[in-house]
Design a protein around this ligand. Structure first.
Ligand SMILES: [Fe+2]
Length: 190
């Protein structure tokens, strides 16, 4: 599984991240580095690195909220956050998979709770949010705020939003290989 993921990351260098000026790989690497620079613990860094794994490590027909709608989704397709979280869940701590699952919800949450957040989103991010259910209701946001990991989901979301810098230099994916191998280099658990 570690090799499969590393290969998928490398393959994601060939595609732009939706309508953004960065590749999918650069976006993941920037997001993980922003987490590390902010002093996030290792699991939160891992979740930041993997948050979009559902975009590039699975069959795109499984994904409902594709930025490129020309690829077409199969019946039963789900959001990339759900598919990605399910893919990694057997290998990582529950909090990591939960944070990956929540990164689209966190955008919906911030739209409901933070004035001006929606206006600051890029067009690509606004577009996928409509496919992900739009802004959360106030009641749902209040319920979400009670979750002990919600603050981490919001932090990840902010790094996700910032990780679109066209010329930012990051370490290569190989720098994260030891962490990926630590979790995914084992025979599949269960
Ligand atoms: Fe992202």
């Amino acid at each position: 599984m570690a090799d499969r993921l590393l290969e998928a990351f490398l393959g994601s260098a060939a595609r732009l991240y939706g309508g953004e000026p960065v590749t999918e790989l650069a976006h993941s690497l920037q997001c993980a580095e922003l987490a590390r620079e902010a002093g996030a613990d290792e699991d939160l860094q891992l979740a930041s690195l993997l948050h979009d794994v559902g975009r590039f490590a699975v069959d795109p027909r499984e994904i409902l909220d594709q930025k490129d709608q020309t690829r077409g989704a199969a019946a039963g397709a789900r959001g990339h956050h759900e598919v990605g979280a399910d893919l990694i869940a057997p290998w990582v701590p529950a909090r990591v998979a939960w944070l990956v699952r929540m990164h689209a919800e966190a955008k919906r949450y911030l739209c409901a709770t933070e004035p001006g957040y929606y206006d600051a989103l890029t067009p690509g991010s606004r577009f996928t949010m409509t496919l992900q259910g739009g802004a959360m209701t106030t009641d749902d946001a209040a319920r979400r705020a009670q979750h002990p990991w919600m603050a981490d989901a919001v932090r990840l979301r902010r790094w996700d939003d910032l990780a679109k810098m066209p010329d930012k230099v990051t370490e290569p994916i190989e720098a994260w290989a030891p962490l990926l191998r630590h979790h995914f280099g084992r025979v599949r658990p269960i």
